[in-house]
Write a protein that binds this ligand. Structure first.
Ligand SMILES: [Fe+2]
Ligand SMILES: [Fe+2]
Length: 291
């Protein structure tokens, strides 16, 4: 077996998320998800219920009165926001682990994931466009492939590091040259094996090369690509690969990302992201979803 085959086989064997988490993620497929259905799914899990309520009561979301139930959160914040909070809570345990090979201690990948998803939301607000929760979910999961690929990079990181930092080859291309695959592909294979929606799989597969994404999902891949770049600029949760990637001029042009837009969006994101990260820090070490 080639190293690529060995790595992708490993990606397919990663234990699936708990069924309830998959059910929550599945709801992002449906633009008209029923409030009652979402409420029931969240309330079945006390950990998720408490995470969603903590987030709903953080200063970025909360109004004058405290939100005391999922039903109230749904009425006050809307189905889309509550669904996004539930998805963030659901994937947190997976993204929280340390990532070998990328020099990311426990919590860094979760930070980068939440930063990217929050940036996507702030960018959508700034551009006054409606972004599907699938894009938010893809932004949360975009670097999940690092959790698998990192264990292979760790064995001998030098060739990839040299290509990236001496020869200035983008990190994802250096991974591909040395290992025959890269973290976007590994992430996509992993998420596909979990049965996640195709748009999420494609947006993750092409988050560093959105120009190559099939047209039906290109806009989602471009959005995650741009949110990833803007999110990395703030330096939170960035690993050894750092800023060593290329930006797609088409994606930047498509969403008209100027220096002014980048500054405004990252400033807003830094304001709001600390609330969500605070919720997960409070929960640190106490999550036990078993995966
Ligand atoms: Fe990436
Ligand atoms: Fe990233």
């Amino acid at each position: 077996m080639s190293s690529k085959e060995i790595i992708l086989e490993k990606a397919r064997s990663v234990a699936a998320l708990p069924i309830q988490t998959l059910e929550i993620i599945d709801l992002v497929q449906n633009p008209d998800v029923a409030m009652s259905q979402l409420q029931e799914l969240i309330e079945r899990d006390p950990g998720m219920t408490s995470n969603v309520l903590r987030m709903a009561n953080s200063s970025s979301f909360r109004g004058v009165y405290e939100i005391g139930s999922i039903r109230e959160a749904l009425v006050r914040l809307g189905t889309k926001t509550v669904l996004e909070l539930a998805v963030a809570s659901a994937v947190a345990p997976v993204a929280r682990q340390p990532v070998a090979g990328y020099d990311m201690p426990a919590g860094d990948l979760l930070t980068h994931s939440v930063v990217t998803a929050t940036t996507a939301n702030e960018l959508a607000k700034h551009l006054k466009i409606d972004v599907n929760p699938r894009v938010f979910t893809a932004a949360l999961l975009h670097d999940i492939g690092k959790t698998v690929l990192g264990t292979f990079i760790q064995v001998n990181p030098r060739p990839i590091i040299d290509l990236a930092f001496v020869e200035h080859i983008p990190f994802d291309e250096a991974e591909l040259k040395v290992l025959g695959t890269n973290h976007p592909e590994v992430g996509a294979v992993l998420l596909e094996s979990w049965g996640l929606p195709k748009t999420i799989v494609n947006a993750v597969a092409f988050h560093h090369k959105p120009d190559f994404c099939p047209e039906s999902d290109r806009s989602a891949a471009e959005f995650v690509h741009v949110a990833d770049i803007l999110g990395r600029l703030c330096g939170l949760g960035v690993g050894v690969d750092g800023l060593n990637y290329t930006a797609s001029p088409e994606a930047v042009h498509h969403f008209r990302i100027t220096t002014h837009v980048a500054e405004e969006v990252t400033a807003k994101m830094i304001d709001t992201v600390s609330d969500m990260l605070g919720v997960f820090d409070v929960q640190a070490g106490s999550e036990s979803h078993g995966n």
